[in-house]
Design a protein around this ligand. Structure first.
Ligand code: SF4
Length: 483
């Protein structure tokens, strides 16, 4: 469920004195359904800036400047590997995946991923890999032998580390992950496990074709803890067919009983015209928008009442989790896996549709398996599109991540960078943000623009005001709704 179009941000310390920015329970942050509805329209998630839909055609090395040339200078590196295979189709799914029972496909795909890794051998500095993430699809579709082959192959090219000072994570499907595989994963250096739960209600599970019991999840959670996984996170989804407030609350209660370290509570965007799998969902079972908002409020309140810290957008963490501490201390950063403590200087994404970044921009691989394999076999890489950052892009990228991670903007930094008073340099943006100021979602001091506690629900709306490429276009129809 990781949105692999996230982007990094440096861990920039922020000034104090910017008002209401505590990470307390929602009881002090009243939200109304009317307010939520008003900001619920389509909006990018800002996992990159510019957003991935802006990327343009980009070829491999052809003599011109490319964003991957900056890989030579990195001091820390992040790796992402996309494993697109799944054994069965979940009807809500919008990921780039292949449903198959033919294991041979995965094995030859892995050959190509390792070939692609070789292409980076002379293009990237030998920098410690502080983060590694296997996403999908279902990375644990790979058997233990191929998981080992993947990590050993990557280890020949990149400086992989083992220990608590790195974050190596894997997305797993609790329906198919074997307890014994947890031993292999720990041995290979994985210390974070992300389990896709979505909902425990049997009717909802039937409606989305994803049957998974609480007991399966409990066994894996306890097994992972016993083996020393430092962080276990669950993905939940609200707005699924057949869900209502009462059923979602029961799921949240079951989740609280299992006490994962981190929880992502995603909104289900029903876009059957774009995602074929979603056409298998009975639209009569879809909850109406008002019910979805009530679900989001109810689930979030239950999580925060139980002590989870709301990090922003759709992420929660236990108060003793390092991310929660970082949030209260203003040290949160963001990368492809969402909020993090360890942003790297660059990310190399391997596999079909994977996105990479460096300080100079983004580049993305072909989506389809056929095109990916063809490109790797022809030239060793599969890059098809990307974006070289301009100075203005860099400024807005920094600014949007400041809002997303630190919930504030230091106007003085922006004034230094633009040479203009903040109110002049960002007059159109401030005009777009005026309704958010009026609704008490944003505030200002002389030195800062800040997000209020209840404004944390609307971070992407605030970010959108600074998106040069969004305004004056008709693109909003392409994005999922906030709620
Ligand atoms: S297992 Fe994950 S990636 Fe595969 S179909 Fe289900 S939701 Fe999509």
């Amino acid at each position: 469920m990781v949105d692999q179009s996230d982007f990094p941000v440096s861990d920039i310390s922020t000034p104090s004195g910017a008002g209401d920015q505590s990470t307390g329970p929602l009881s002090s942050a009243p939200l109304s359904t009317e307010l939520l509805s008003r900001y619920a329209g389509p909006c990018p998630r800002y996992t990159s800036y510019p957003t991935a839909d802006r990327f343009v055609a980009m070829q491999g090395d052809d003599g011109s400047a490319k964003p991957w040339h900056a890989l030579k200078d990195v001091e820390t590196l992040s790796l992402y590997v996309h494993i697109p295979f799944c054994r069965s189709l979940c009807y809500f799914c919008a990921c780039n995946k292949i449903i198959t029972r033919q294991y041979g496909l995965a094995s030859s795909y892995l050959d190509n991923v390792l070939k692609e890794a070789q292409w980076y051998r002379d293009r990237v500095a030998r920098a410690p890999v502080v983060q590694l993430h296997l996403g999908g699809g279902t990375p644990t579709f790979l058997n233990d032998g191929d998981l080992r082959r993947l990590m050993e192959g990557l280890g020949e090219i990149f400086d992989l580390r083992i220990g608590d000072d790195v974050e190596y994570s894997i997305e797993a499907d609790p329906r198919t992950l074997e307890i014994e595989t947890l031993d292999t994963l720990r041995e290979l250096g994985f210390n974070r496990l992300s389990l896709g739960i979505q909902d425990f209600n049997p009717d909802v599970q039937r409606a989305i074709n994803r049957i998974c019991s609480v007991e399966q999840v409990r066994a894996l959670t306890e097994g992972a803890r016993a083996r020393g996984f430092g962080s276990i996170s669950y993905d939940l989804i609200y707005g699924l067919p057949g869900q209502d407030v009462a059923s979602l609350e029961k799921t949240v209660d079951a989740v609280l009983d299992l006490a994962p370290d981190r929880i992502a509570l995603y909104h289900y965007a029903h876009l059957p015209h774009r995602f074929k799998a979603q056409r298998l969902i009975d639209s009569d079972l879809m909850p109406p928008p008002a019910e979805k908002i009530a679900m989001q409020l109810a689930a979030s309140r239950r999580l925060t009442d139980a002590g989870y810290v709301f990090l922003g957008m759709d992420h929660f963490a236990r108060p003793d989790d390092a991310l929660a501490t970082a949030a209260t201390e203003g040290r949160l950063a963001r990368n492809f896996q969402g909020y993090t403590l360890m942003p790297a200087d660059a990310l190399v994404g391997l596999g079909a549709s994977a996105i990479s970044y460096s300080r100079d921009g983004y580049w993305q691989n072909h989506h389809s398996l056929k095109e990916y394999a063809g490109a790797i076999n022809a030239r060793g890489e599969a890059i098809c599109r990307g974006w070289q950052l301009s100075e203005d892009d860099r400024l807005r990228q920094w600014l949007i991540m400041e809002l997303m991670c630190h919930l504030r903007l230091d106007k003085r930094v922006l004034e230094q960078r633009t040479g203009l008073p903040f109110a002049d340099g960002f007059a159109p943006e401030l005009a777009r943000l005026q309704p958010m100021f009026d609704d008490g979602l944003l505030g200002q001091t002389e030195s800062d623009l800040f997000v209020t506690e209840r404004g944390r629900w609307f971070l992407r709306n605030a970010a959108a005001a600074f998106d040069t490429y969004l305004h004056g276009t008709e693109q909003s129809a392409l994005y999922s709704r906030v709620l």
